[in-house]
Design a protein around this ligand. Sequence first.
Ligand SMILES: *Cc1c(COP(=O)(O)O)cnc(C)c1O
Ligand SMILES: [Zn+2]
Length: 406
Amino acid sequence: MDRGNSRPAYIRVMQTTAAFAGLSCTDCGETFDAEEVPGRCPDCGGILDPDYDYDALDLTRDGFEGDGVWRYEALLPFPRSVAVTMDEGGTPLVEAPTLAEELGVGRVLIKDEGRNPTGTFKDRGQALAVTAAKLHGATDVALATAGNAGQAASAYAARAGLDSHVFVPSRASFINKAMINVHGGEMKVVEGRIGDAGAAFEDAIENEDWHPVQTFVTPYRHEGKKTMLYEIVEQLDWEVPDHVVYPTGGGVGLVGMHKGAREIRDLGLTDDLPAMWAAQSDGCAPIVKAFEEGKDVHEVWEVPDTICGGIEIPDPGASPLILEALRESDGGAVATNDSDILDSAVTVAQHEGIEMGVTCAAAASGAWSLAQDGAFSEDDTVVLLNTGAGSKDADVIRSHLMSKGI
Ligand SMILES: *Cc1c(COP(=O)(O)O)cnc(C)c1O
Ligand SMILES: [Zn+2]
């Protein structure tokens, strides 16, 4: 979508952090003033990425203050003082010793993103995206979403006093739809899957003055999610974990965390990059297929079908960035089936007490499969991203037990 050039020049000066230097296109390399572009690259439609003047930063390991996402404001585009925030982030990294034993590794830790304001890590991305919308002077934000991002967007829009327009596929969960309503979002339920919701969103936004907070249309969602990696490393006393396993749909979190890992390494705060692993369901695994075939870009997954709604993304537009992150970090990609994924959610709940969402359990199931394939060593530290609260999916996990007669 190309809305950048049609916008009036801004007289108001956007409040940004000292090191934030604007946006650069991950496709054509062109750079832009953040005030002038709310979405994709005006020249080529590519994904824009926030840039910083890292040399101007004089960061030390004990130089971060406060909690949550905004603790890292020096490495974010906007300061805490102008943020639309509900104290997102700052989630615990919970030790999982039984899983470590079962996987045959030194340590397993679960980054529990279920403890965010709307129950998923989508809050980190929407905090930044809605802050940007507000600073751009927007009155309305809009997106297509499998569900959780829509709930987060409508919540943050409500907090900022903005209207929200949320396009969800009919199979989005009841909780997501209900809470979008509760937050006062205008919801369009589109028959079909995420691709159909995306098409309806594209059609609608053409004729509206809506600010996009859609995955990889706004330049800021992956920027918010990179803070998960900073937190993990700080929670491990600045030891970089050997592996990070992430349930991958559009790859916003994975691309963000890899960027975060590179930044703190290049700033001299750490020495290494963690191996990033993309976990998907074999019912929709375009990243796994492209990785295994040595490709730089995915092919659209023709018949997506998985119970993991958050990662049922057949056409992840950022696949070149995801695949580059997997390769540069010496990680990889793994697909497991829905039945194993549901079993994993139950196993983690029963062996560790931790409630994993169904989509998130793809990370646990993927980690088991990677362990079996010898991807981990016995001393390794493995971090699993629990991207959302298990209780959001209680009905699905419970039905899985019932299907087994339990
Ligand atoms: C959106 C979502 C994902 C996938 O996120 P991406 O960063 O787009 O890959 C994973 N888990 C949950 C719970 C989600 O809501
Ligand atoms: Zn471009």
